[in-house]
Structures are given as C-alpha cells and as structure tokens.
Design a binder for this molecule. Structure first.
Ligand code: 13P
Length: 270
C-alpha cells in the first residue's frame, strides 16, 4: 500500500508487538458487485481517520466483485486493502473455474485467503494443495492469509496442537524466511466459525502462541515474531476489543459481522 495525497492514512505499527494490525472481512459467497459497492461506500463513510491508522482493513469479496471494488477504492482513494478468498496455484491453462494468483495481482489484490476451513471441508483441499497456493500467492507478490484450525472432534480428542502444527508446518515448508515474514495466519477454530460461540480470548491467544512457536521451531525466532496472527470465528462488535487487547493476536478475520457496514464499522471502532 502506497499512501497517496488526500486519501485515508496508512495503518501504524502496534508499538507493543512491532506488527501492523489487520482486520479482514471474509464475505464468503455473499453480496453481488452492486451490493459490494454500496457496502464499501457506506463502510468508508462510517469509519474515522483514526480507524485507518489503527489497523489495515482488508475486504475479501467474491471474485466477481473485485474489479468493481478496485475501481471504487482507487477512484475514491480509500485505504482499504483489496483481498480474495481463494486462488489456484497454476499460472494459466485448462483449469475450468479457477482463478490464478497472477490474475488477482493484476486487479490490485493485496491479501489472499488460503486454506479456509470451508475450502478444506467442502472442497476437499488438503495441506499439500494449500502449501502450493501459499507459495503461488507469494510468487505473485501478494500476502497469503493462511487459515488453520481444529474441528470440534479434534478438539475433544485433545488433538488441537497436533492439527495446528501440522497445518502450519506443511504450508510454510517451501517458503524462504525472507518472504515468510510477510505471512498472515488466521487461527479459526472450526467449531467457532458461524456458531455464535467464539473461542475464549485465552484459547485464541494460546492457539496463536502455539502457531508462533511452530514457526520458530521450523524457521527462526525472527520470522516467527514478524508473522501476523489473526483470530477468526464468531467475532462481533461485542467481543472484537477483547481479542485485539491480547498481545498474541494481531487482528481478526471476520465473516458474518463484516457483511453489514454498520456492524463492521462498530467492530473496528470497538
Ligand atoms: P464468522 O465470523 O461468521 O464466524 O466466520 C468466520 C470466518 O470463517 C472468517 O473466515
């Protein structure tokens, strides 16, 4: 993101962590391109200058909305980062229905969600495929938001730590340390997504600490300290502040509460 004259300011580094906070809106399969324009216009109208200084705000609409939002964000000089919810790792070819990282990068996309639990469970994406996507996003000079998290069964079987470290280590193995420092990981316990019952701040922070520890053990302390770790799963304006006060967490990945500009602005302002 390059600051341009007259636009909303760039986010500042959190002095407690040395990292820039990120609040990302995952719209999932909601809002067509006309609705998307209205939501982003209203959100920009609601937010204060200080909100843009507090954190990077990344909007992840369906693919078909991206071009419209790119034009809106550019023409009105809004400081939202443009995001995508998925990608394919091949550059081009006979992959019906897929979208490459090069195509997203050309549209001004900055952050790409990779390995969301809905991709893993509904579309059978495995750790190997997700690792290829993480590498492809970096190769196209964008930032992957790698989603990891255990299911309710894995949690009750005491497997949460094993699942998180396997998901993280497979996804980052082939990425060089210099590039990896830019990675964002979203800890999204599957049982908390869309359930109305978020993880406790302690559980979310413990998950983030475990993820950071895994990166440190595979790569280095320096890289682990640079990676941003978000929490996602039933975040609302009533609980966002609690998560953001944890020094283990660098932000939030928000589903349902990001669809309504009033709710999402309240969540950021909280
Ligand atoms: P909800 O905020 O709707 O629980 O969704 C979380 C999520 O899956 C974000 O990626």
């Amino acid at each position: 993101m390059v600051a341009r004259k007259g636009e909303a300011p760039l986010p500042k580094v959190n002095p407690r962590t040395g990292r820039t906070r990120l609040i990302a809106a995952n719209w999932k399969m909601n809002l067509n391109h006309l609705e998307a324009i209205q939501v982003v216009q209203k959100l920009h109208f609601k937010l204060r200058t200080s909100d843009y200084e507090y954190c990077e705000i990344s909007i992840h609409p369906p693919f078909v909305d991206i071009r419209s939002l790119q034009l809106l964000i550019d023409s009105d000089r809004m400081n939202f980062s443009l995001g995508a919810q998925n990608c394919y790792f091949e550059a081009k070819g006979a992959f019906t229905g897929e979208v490459s990282t090069q195509m997203l990068s050309k549209l001004g996309v900055r952050n790409v969600i990779v390995g969301h639990s809905e991709r893993r469970s509904i579309f059978q994406e495995d750790d190997g495929l997700i690792a290829k996507k993480v590498k492809a996003v970096f190769d196209s000079q964008m930032i992957p938001i790698l989603c990891v998290g255990e299911t309710a069964d894995e949690r009750s079987d005491g497997l949460s730590a094993d699942v998180l470290s396997r998901q993280v280590s497979t996804a980052i193995k082939a990425v060089t340390p210099e590039v990896l420092s830019n990675l964002v990981i979203a800890y999204e316990p599957v049982w908390a997504i869309g359930s109305g019952t978020p993880a406790s701040v302690k559980d979310a922070s413990d998950g983030a600490d475990l993820i950071r520890g895994t990166i440190e053990s595979i790569k280095s302390k320096e890289v682990a300290q640079a990676v941003r770790i978000l929490y996602g799963g039933s975040v609302t304006s009533a609980n966002s502040r609690d998560f953001l006060e944890s020094s283990s967490l660098d932000g939030l990945l928000v589903g349902g509460a990001s669809l309504d500009p009033d709710d999402f602005a309240a969540l950021i302002e909280a």
